[in-house]
Design a protein around this ligand. Structure first.
Ligand code: GLN
Length: 483
């Protein structure tokens, strides 16, 4: 059952080949068997899942249909879920049960999807390896000595290990695409504004965007369809119609113009990863696409710009955790300062503190112009590079990550090396563009991802480009041993 796509699942549910309760129980059993090795869930919501499955079966019995009706999913623990703990991977929110649902949660409830639990993640989504979680690191199912990527590593690991057919994620600088690549699955981050951020715990508000994980582009499209759309409660949500993301899946790629940014195939890229990516691009040529070398001249500035903008926004967003209203509060504070210092000192982990300090510094009166303002100006140049490129090409392709998964502990003491794991994904967030990662092959038995970047609102095209590759190859069908 765990190898069924959600399209197959929904057909089987409609034909009553099995019920949503049976399917949900099957996944809960798998989580029970495997998750002690992977640590991909922070909370497993068995009872609620079975209740939701029962309700879905009832809706199916009454003749209702819907691709996600009765389909189990794993939910990143950054999305608020009323009545269920939402920790954001932090000790700060270890005691937090949201009083309301994120818009994404509401939409999935309406679709009748069944939440299996909340997935592990880097603390407040800051990380590329899932080692910064208060709940311990997540393991990569391809080899448990390796990281699954981050920050949505729990979601990616769960989907790769068939503990859930689909999962939600968020991507501020690569957190959907990079773990999708490292775990050998498909992930899509839509254009900024496509998915409501209401009830999605904020890290860097101008970059954060929700999206989907699945094993195939076809399934990722279905999940994205359910969670996309305008929401009045998010002022950056875009009021424009959501197209049918699956409508173009079968469109042939003949004549498609693919841009390869020369800056993304340069120093720092693992030679074996490059080979895999080049082979995938050859496959696209076989499918009728045309490859054009392009330049994104400001690429090397994206990591430094991101590490000013994201910490600046994080320092502002995380000021709300003051030990007063909700979240962790220290024991017996002697005065207000003591309450702030100790609550924040105890509640936040090392990486989060580092970012708050960098951000506060960059925003301080004496340095604002030199850092934050300058970073915003360069951000504009980075975004203009893409606008220029999309005058010539339809999509841009690159490796998702400069290497395959690295060992747990390998980079955790070296933040700069860790930050460089997002070198190919970050510019996409700075520009607000849609991006995707699909499995393209292996290096030393570890998966490698191909990144596909689209122009604004081009999600349907990305999904089409990914789907055509998945019709011609079976990298996305490979699965880790033992799952
Ligand atoms: N790895 C990047 C960071 O640590 C991106 C994280 C994300 O996309 N949430 O900021």
């Amino acid at each position: 059952m765990q190898d069924f796509s959600i399209v197959e699942i929904s057909k089987a549910l409609a034909k009553k080949e099995f019920s949503s309760v049976e399917l949900t129980q099957h996944y809960l059993d798998r989580i029970n068997t495997h998750d002690s090795q992977l640590n991909s869930f922070i909370t497993v919501t068995d009872e609620l899942a079975l209740e939701q499955a029962k309700a879905a079966d009832e809706r199916i019995r009454k003749g209702e249909s819907g691709v996600l009706l009765g389909v189990p999913y794993a939910h990143k623990d950054i999305f608020c879920t009323s009545g269920v703990k939402t920790s954001c991977g932090s000790r700060m929110l270890d005691n937090f049960t949201a009083p309301y649902n994120a818009n994404v949660t509401d939409l999935l409830n309406q679709a009748g999807a069944v939440m299996l639990g909340k997935t592990n993640m880097d603390e407040f989504a800051m990380g590329s390896s899932n080692e910064t979680s208060f709940y311990g690191s997540v393991k990569n199912p391809w080899d448990t000595a390796y990281v699954p990527g981050g920050s949505s590593g729990g979601s990616a690991s769960a989907v790769a290990a068939r503990l859930a057919p689909i999962a939600t994620g968020t991507d501020t600088g690569g957190s959907i695409r990079q773990p999708a690549a490292l775990c050998g699955i498909t992930g899509i981050k839509p254009s900024y504004g496509r998915v409501s951020r209401y009830g999605m715990i904020a890290f860097a508000s101008s970059l954060d965007q929700g999206g989907s994980f699945a094993r195939s582009s076809e399934d990722a499209a279905q999940l994205l369809q359910a969670i996309a759309g305008f929401d009045l409660r998010d002022s950056t949500s875009i009021d424009r119609p959501v197209p049918n993301f699956s409508a173009d899946l079968d469109k042939p790629l003949k004549g498609l113009k693919i841009g390869l940014p020369k800056e993304y195939f340069a120093e720092g890229l693992d030679a074996e990863v490059e080979k895999v990516v080049q082979t995938a691009i050859k496959e696209y040529e076989n499918l009728g696409a045309k490859v054009i070398e392009i330049s994104l001249p400001n690429s090397k500035l994206s990591v430094p710009v991101y590490y000013v903008v994201a910490p600046a926004e994080c320092s502002s967003n995380l000021s709300r955790y003051d030990g007063v209203r909700y979240g962790h509060r220290c024991k017996d504070p002697v005065n207000l300062d003591d309450l702030y210092f100790r609550s924040r000192g105890e509640g936040f982990g090392k990486e989060v503190k580092r970012r708050i300090m960098i951000g506060t510094y960059a925003l301080s009166a004496g340095y604002y112009d030199a850092y934050y303002l300058k970073a915003q100006q360069i951000r504009r140049l980075i975004s203009d590079d893409f606008t220029q490129a999309f005058k010539e090409v339809d999509v841009i392709m690159s490796p998702t990550s400069p290497s395959a998964a690295f060992k747990i502990g390998e980079k955790s003491d070296d933040p700069v090396t860790m930050y460089l794991s997002d070198i190919y994904t970050i510019a996409v967030n700075l520009a607000g563009l849609p991006g995707m990662s699909i499995p393209a092959g292996f290096v030393n038995s570890l998966p490698v991802g191909l990144q596909i970047i689209g122009s604004y609102w081009g999600e349907a095209q990305l999904l089409n480009v990914a789907h055509q590759f998945q019709q011609a190859t079976d990298w996305h069908k490979q699965k880790p041993k033992g799952y």
